[in-house]
Design a protein around this ligand. Sequence first.
Ligand code: NAD
Length: 484
Amino acid sequence: MSKHPIDCRMLIGGELVASESQQWLDAIDPSDETLIGRFPAGTAADVQRAVGAAEAAQPGWGALDPVSRGKLLRQVAQALRDRAQETLEVEVRDTGNTITKMKGDVESAAYAIDFFAGLATEIKGETIPASSDNLHFTLREPYGVVGRIVPFNHPIKFAAHALAAPLMAGNTVVVKPPEQSSLSAGILAEICRDILPAGTVNIVTGNGMPAGDAIVRHRSIKRIAFTGSVPTGQRILSTAAETGVKHVTLELGGKNPLIAYPDQDPDKIAEVAVSAMNFAWQGQSCGSTSRLLLHESLHDRVVARILDIVSQMRLGDPLDPSSQMGPINSKLHHGRVMAMIQAGIDGGAHLALGGKRPAGARYEKGFWIEPTVFTGVTANMRIAREEIFGPVMSVFKWRDEQEALTLANSTEYGLTASIWTHDIRAALRAARAIKAGYVWINGASAHHYGTPFGGMKNSGLGREEGLDEILSYTETKTVHVRLT
Ligand code: NAD
């Protein structure tokens, strides 16, 4: 891919546009800090235009039957597949995620759209035998305009996913991509402009403040779905409440446990733990099992094998298929992850591996951090409680099951959990006891569309990736027909 800057546009009312302010933000390659493009710095006025266009388009879009909406959405999915290579290269440069891992994201983006298109006839109500002299039934109706705000770690996958369920339910949407990695949204904007009626999908790039905030505040947006950090999620809840009575769902962070019982093979657990920590995404994945809870009988052997595997990981150019890990997505986030590593050291955890910028001229520029492993971590430490969202694994040791389950539940998060044992009773005990929305027994990481994904505790509100999600973009209307 050439390093000539990409000139990205927003999509408002069926047109690819700059911001009314004529202000732009730079897109930076996090692997070497070169300028790779620019995108509009969207403002509240841009959001106002986008919501206006979405409101104008909604009655026509909502009047289309769901099967016809699904046909159009499948065309969007196919167009994404047709531009997969271009999207992939842009996305790798813009995020720093390696090309090998990123390949799956473009396909996932298209798959998410196809999945929701396939639910066309599931957007249905019920008949209720509430009285004998009436026919009582419910209808599922769209909210109108939906606002969706997405984070930086899977930009195209989340942006494409963001429009599918609301559109299928008959809403029109305003999507806000992440300011750190917005270029792939420009490709999505072109695709939507070419296939969908004007105003159906609007994409406003820019910073959380003002663009995201203006979406949350807009009085015509009654349904908001946000994916991102807990503090931003809390702020969105409170801002939304200031301007209306709004339906808000939140997909937030995690501090997810992987529990290994004594009946497990240490080598296998080491492999699984490294993979599920998502070092290959620089740890920037909400479902990463960043807390490894090892039974004392396995601890030393698993740790030794993990250090062996992780120390051999190849950091390098994200576009090189042999690279196993890239840089952190942005300078700001690099600083946050480094600060949390320092907090781990200061808090008394043992830094067993990594923790600094890799050596060598290649890594002097860019936002690089070595894959990092802390051992001797205890529940009261900051690195045990706060999400780092970086390539940092914290290892804990436990002696009895109750101690493991207490540890697993010792944070304010409750997104995912991974339980490893051959003892089905122990596995099911743990699955019930752990407060998390998505639990794997002898598995990790995989999302299966059709099964609801989302967090308990401070990890979120609502469920996505299944029927719950599409229905959450509808309001129920009850109708009574008098028969006598
Ligand atoms: P973030 O909260 O900083 O930003 C997310 C989005 O919100 C961005 O588009 C940003 O511009 C926007 N935003 C910021 N302030 C806003 C405001 N006041 N009003 C409206 N919008 C605003 O999160 P991030 O750093 O981009 O992403 C990382 C976080 O996302 C991690 O906590 C991670 O666990 C979480 N995440 C969760 C899931 C999930 O499915 N549960 C998936 C991916 C990422």
